[in-house]
Design a protein around this ligand. Structure first.
Ligand code: GLA
Length: 377
């Protein structure tokens, strides 16, 4: 789907002019995985793939929404009643959050579509929620700040059952061209970090095609385990501590080896994010790859959020002296790698064949670029 076919479709489907066009990108994350909800460091960026929203105000009181790529549509007058599509849950929640905050919309027509894989760990759900809120903001002049969009989108998403952190929404809303965002999730401080100056390499995603569904997996369980570990350490130490204050020496307070592993991942992943900043500055490719591989090992073995297919792609990269790691919530989705442009085609062809014969799945590889965040087109 390209933007001009979306425009044509909109004009055919709805009366009146199209008033707003919003682009909401997906996000990648260089490093800092499963740390955001515990106030850790992350290094994400908005990517050059996303969802386009076209909308105008409805002449009647009716609202009509079409999901172009899925060929699904809903229409309603006050509130949507009855069963709905999975994507509509995010929009319904967002409408509820906006209403509760006093931002009330009237009837509207909306068409959205794009090139972001669903359930692949590139945060299609945050792109959807942020983009939808921004579209209504532009249509009804709510005057929302970036921080309000981040907050309302994450409330809408949490309403679907996944207790996610706010890395994805921050990356999507604040994304910048050719830069990552170093976010301290404890105080939400965001620093723009230039991508390593290296013409010969590019960021690549390998989509395993294993769809993750964070609510159905262990995501919320990991959060609980971390909270449990922190409580035990606090009780043993007799003082209140934040996750960020934890040190390796605190691990002796934990008898349960699983809990120990979870916190070890958290502490070590924060360290890796800081080291990645150094690697970026020095343009040290070996260090970048080494940190990606280490992060994967920790996510797979200590945090246990990987899967066979992700491990397979990552180890194939490592065997060829490249590097990569699972990205996002895990249990499926993508591996991110920093790969020499000249090696991309050959490596992809080779691994796609073995991946298909081993798992029966089509591995899809595509380069990504750090791009501007959520925007009015
Ligand atoms: C999902 C969540 C994020 C973050 C990542 C893991 O993408 O939405 O908040 O926790 O998983 O780093």
């Amino acid at each position: 789907m390209n933007s001009s076919s979306l425009h044509r479709f909109f004009l055919d489907a709805f009366q009146g002019p199209q008033l707003v066009e919003i682009f909401s990108p997906g996000r990648a994350n260089v490093i800092g995985e499963h740390t955001d909800y515990n106030g850790g460091f992350v290094l994400p960026f908005a990517i050059d793939r996303g969802i386009t929203f076209l909308a105008n105000k409805s002449i009647s009181k009716k609202t009509k929404i079409i999901a172009f790529d899925l060929d699904e549509a809903v229409s309603f007058e006050k509130a949507l009643i009855g069963p709905s599509y999975p994507w509509m849950r995010y929009l319904t929640n967002a409408l509820e959050v906006l209403n509760a905050k006093g931002f009330v919309s009237k009837g509207f027509n909306l068409l959205f579509g794009g090139n972001l894989p669903i359930g692949a760990g590139v945060s299609s759900s945050s792109a959807l929620s942020c983009g939808f809120i921004k579209t209504l903001d532009a249509l009804f002049d709510f005057g929302l700040t970036k921080e309000q969009i981040v907050l309302f989108a994450s409330l809408a998403e949490n309403g679907t059952g996944v207790q996610g952190g706010m890395m994805d929404q921050h990356a999507i809303v604040h994304g910048e061209k050719e830069a990552c965002l170093f976010i301290d999730c404890e105080n939400r401080h965001i620093e723009k970090v230039a991508m390593p100056q290296n013409e010969k390499h590019q960021w690549v995603l390998f989509n395993t095609g294993v769809e993750h569904n964070l609510a159905d997996t262990e995501y919320n369980k990991r959060r609980k385990e971390c909270d449990e570990a922190l409580t035990i350490i606090q009780e043993k130490k007799g003082k209140a501590l934040t996750f960020r204050q934890l040190k390796d020496s605190d691990l002796t307070s934990l008898e349960d080896s699983k809990l120990k592993q979870r916190i070890t991942h958290y502490i070590s992943e924060n360290e890796r994010v800081k080291k990645m900043l150094v690697a970026f500055k020095k343009n040290d490719i070996n260090l970048i790859l080494h940190l990606l591989n280490d992060s994967h090992e920790s996510l797979s073995k200590r945090y246990e959020v990987s899967c066979e297919e992700l491990d397979y792609v990552q180890s194939a990269l490592m065997k060829e002296n490249y590097g990569g790691r699972m990205m996002g919530g895990g249990f499926g989705g993508c591996v991110i790698s920093y790969l020499a442009k000249k090696d991309f085609k050959v490596f992809t062809q080779k691994i796609s064949v073995t991946f298909k014969s081993k798992f029966g799945l089509t591995l899809k590889a595509f380069p990504i670029k750090a791009s501007e965040g959520l925007r009015l087109v």
